[in-house]
Ligand binder design. Structure first.
Ligand code: SAM
Length: 250
């Protein structure tokens, strides 16, 4: 049977596609990609010409069975996402699960991951951390999620796109307290790479004052709650209820 290679691709700088990733992509029968157009561009840059299979959240289940059949038939395949490591806030989980359930070999070709790259330059405690991915888009659900994280002692890692960075920072300041240390890593490995650190209040002010700081892709990291985590959590719950009450007052 073939192997399913889970291959990390760059999060910006094309130099971050490792030699082993290039070799793997060259040697497989086909590449399962989140967006075949974007992956096609990446492959073209490296002079790799391979059949691409589109992988979306809505077809992942059905496609998984076809991929398993193909692996069982002897073809080795690669799985990539648009940027970084597949399955990390990206499709691929169902395919990997199906391949493993069928007893097939699934092998990683590690490389860029925005969360890990961001943590590596943040200067926040990172011996233990919690990856939270994207926060809910709706304000109510987002605030509830944050309130539940207020007492978390480990460093928190969030993904954020440009649309909501200011709202998310404001909600974080409300949930965790404006004085909580945090770091924003923007456009890592790209031309406008910026890493800002400060309290949540500082960061919100800087992002609000400069349009450019709201552009691009972000990893937001927040230091965990201190020793008085429980007290902080209670305070945050109080803040959340107060805010909710505010919504119902004229
Ligand atoms: N699988 C990817 C990984 O391994 O990091 C993440 C994919 S997720 C759909 C995209 C999000 O990752 C962006 O909204 C942003 O939060 C983060 N991200 C991706 N590239 C980034 C970069 N160059 N700088 C900062 N954050 C980035």
């Amino acid at each position: 049977a073939g192997t399913l290679h889970v291959v990390a691709t760059p999060i910006g700088n094309l130099g971050d596609l490792t030699p082993r990733a290039q070799e793997t992509l060259r040697n497989v029968a086909a590449i399962c990609a989140e967006d075949t157009r974007r992956t096609g561009q990446l492959l073209a840059h490296f002079g790799i010409d391979k059949p691409l299979v589109a992988l979306h959240d809505h077809n992942e289940e059905a496609l998984s069975q076809r991929i398993v059949a193909r692996l069982q038939g002897g073809d080795s395949l690669a799985l990539v996402s648009d940027a970084g490591t597949p399955l990390v806030s990206d499709p691929g989980f169902r395919v990997v699960r199906a391949a493993r359930a069928a007893g097939l070999k699934v092998s990683p070709v590690p490389g860029a991951c925005a969360a890990i790259a961001a943590l590596s330059v943040a200067g926040l405690p990172s011996d233990r951390f919690v990856f939270e991915g994207f926060l809910p888009a709706k304000a109510g659900a987002r605030r509830e999620r944050l309130a539940r994280l207020a007492g978390e002692a480990r460093t928190l890692v969030f993904y954020e796109s440009s649309h909501r960075i200011d709202e998310s920072l404001a909600d974080m300041a409300a949930a965790f307290g404006a004085a909580r240390p945090a770091v924003i890593a923007r456009e890592l490995t790209k031309l406008f790479e910026t890493v800002l650190d400060g309290t949540l209040a500082d960061l919100l002010a800087r992002v609000e004052a400069d349009d450019n700081q709201r552009k691009g892709e972000f990893v937001v990291m927040v230091q965990g709650a201190g020793e008085d985590a429980e007290a902080e959590a209670k305070l945050a719950e109080g803040r959340r209820l107060y805010a909710k009450l505010g919504e119902h007052l004229p």
